[in-house]
Write a protein that binds this ligand. Structure first.
Ligand code: ATP
Ligand code: MG
Length: 399
């Protein structure tokens, strides 16, 4: 029997009614992009699933091989190296026999049948019983539903059944691209890369903005931001990031505003600049890693005073009620944690007074920056921004 790779899309895609075709098209398109260079190709594409050719054991399991790629495709719920047989009980029985033949067998097993095609005459529980009886009789293995030594998956779709001994979980989520574009503020800290990723899981394509204070401080935060942006790119294939210096603005604030309002004013400028970039990019929202109460700039009062500068777009804050431990867990799973905890100096640590305001008001914040030409400063910062781009999978030779 020749194996192939059976891929199942995220269950929520099936609920999309009239939009389902668009969601499925995006899921299949993303899947095709994700497997470039793995030696596999798409051989069939259906409503909620796709079949890929199996590129051989080595290219399946290699670092950056097909299996690893599939584990990183948003919109894929699960996948398996599977053996296709005809959708009849006779063919399935014969296929299961062949799958087990010549294999060193453990003490116990279970059958995990599922009938995606409800027209197939045998129900999933009946398949479990019938195939389980057969395997028990013919091999002497015991049935163990809890901790089987071998789990034989049988999936019946219209026209074919698929047998496999191992299923892998994908990330789930909505295919990147179906929900439009957002602009995420990426600090180089722990929270913001994961916040950006959470919106990718809901189908958003993310453009990034990083603020630094070069040349007032060393430019290390920029390198870190690029490293994090590279990591995120593997989930959305292409990323653009704007690296914006806040140095001039910070110098003006230093001279013009009461010191306890500095951080709030830095943040107001960040949001203004990010919103202007977002509108240029056709993005529909901003994203930040804010979490209520985590640091002084994130009291509800300060968030209100900061958010007051937004003209049109909403600010998405995926971790608004999460605690730090939860965010750290996400960051470790995503693999950004180790990079995020590297020391750096971004713009927020510059000229920060010992007692920043924790209960700012929009009125006092506006008064604090009244002597600044806000629009001109925003325009200049954007004009001086560095534009950086990354692609995934990287063209051959760049790995
Ligand atoms: P993070 O771990 O993401 O830095 P944080 O807990 O340190 O978050 P803050 O420093 O208050 O919190 O930042 C809140 C949010 O503001 C960040 O999650 C990020 O979205 C945005 N932000 C802060 N600093 C920057 C920066 N230098 N460049 C871009 N965005 C930033
Ligand atoms: Mg931070």
């Amino acid at each position: 029997m020749q194996p192939l790779v059976a891929v199942h899309y995220f269950h929520e895609i099936a609920l999309k009614g009239g939009n389902r075709r668009m969601f499925v098209r995006q899921a299949a398109g993303n899947l095709r992009r994700a497997i470039v260079g793995t030696g596999s190709r798409m051989i069939a594409s259906a409503e909620m699933s796709a079949n890929l050719s199996y590129p051989g054991d080595e290219r399946w399991a290699a670092p950056d091989g097909l299996k690893e790629r599939l584990e990183h495709v948003i919109g894929v719920e699960r996948f398996a190296r599977a053996y296709p047989v005809s959708a009849s009980m006779d063919a399935i029985r014969e296929g299961v026999r062949e799958l087990l033949r010549g294999r060193e067998l453990p003490e116990s097993f279970r059958i995990s049948a599922s009938r995606a095609d409800k027209a197939f005459p045998v129900t999933s529980p009946d398949m479990n019983v019938q195939l389980g009886d057969m395997v028990r009789r013919e091999t002497g293995m015991k049935v163990d539903l809890e901790q089987p030594g071998l789990n034989v998956h049988v999936l019946v779709r219209a026209g074919a059944a698929y047998l496999s001994l191992e299923e892998f979980r994908g990330l789930g989520g909505m295919p990147v691209g179906v929900s439009g574009n957002v602009v995420a503020l990426l600090s180089g800290g722990i929270d913001s890369p994961v916040a950006a990723f959470q919106t990718m899981l809901r189908g958003c394509h993310v453009t990034l903005v990083h603020f630094h204070s070069f040349p007032l401080v060393a430019g290390t935060s920029r390198e870190k931001a690029k490293e994090l942006a590279e990591m995120l790119t593997r989930y959305q294939f292409f990323s653009r990031m704007y690296l914006v210096s806040l140095a001039d603005i910070q110098k003006r604030i230093l001279v013009a505003a009461p010191q306890d309002y500095r951080v709030v004013l830095y943040r107001r400028f960040m949001l203004r600049i990010a919103e202007a970039l977002a509108l240029e990019e056709g993005a529909l929202a901003l994203v930040t890693g804010d979490s209520v109460g985590q640091v002084s700039s994130q009291t509800l009062e300060n968030m209100l005073a900061i958010n007051a500068v937004m003209k049109r777009l909403p600010v998405l804050r995926p971790f608004v009620t999460a605690d730090k431990e939860e965010i750290v867990r996400h960051a470790r799973r995503l693999g950004t944690y180790e990079t995020s905890i590297q020391p750096d100096e971004d713009c927020c640590s510059l000229f920060v007074p010992p007692h920043p305001v924790t209960r700012a008001t929009p009125e006092l914040a506006a008064a604090a920056e009244a002597s600044l030409d806000v629009d001109a400063l925003v325009r200049e910062a954007i004009a001086g921004a560095e534009r950086w781009e990354a692609k995934w999978p990287r063209p051959a030779g760049e790995r």
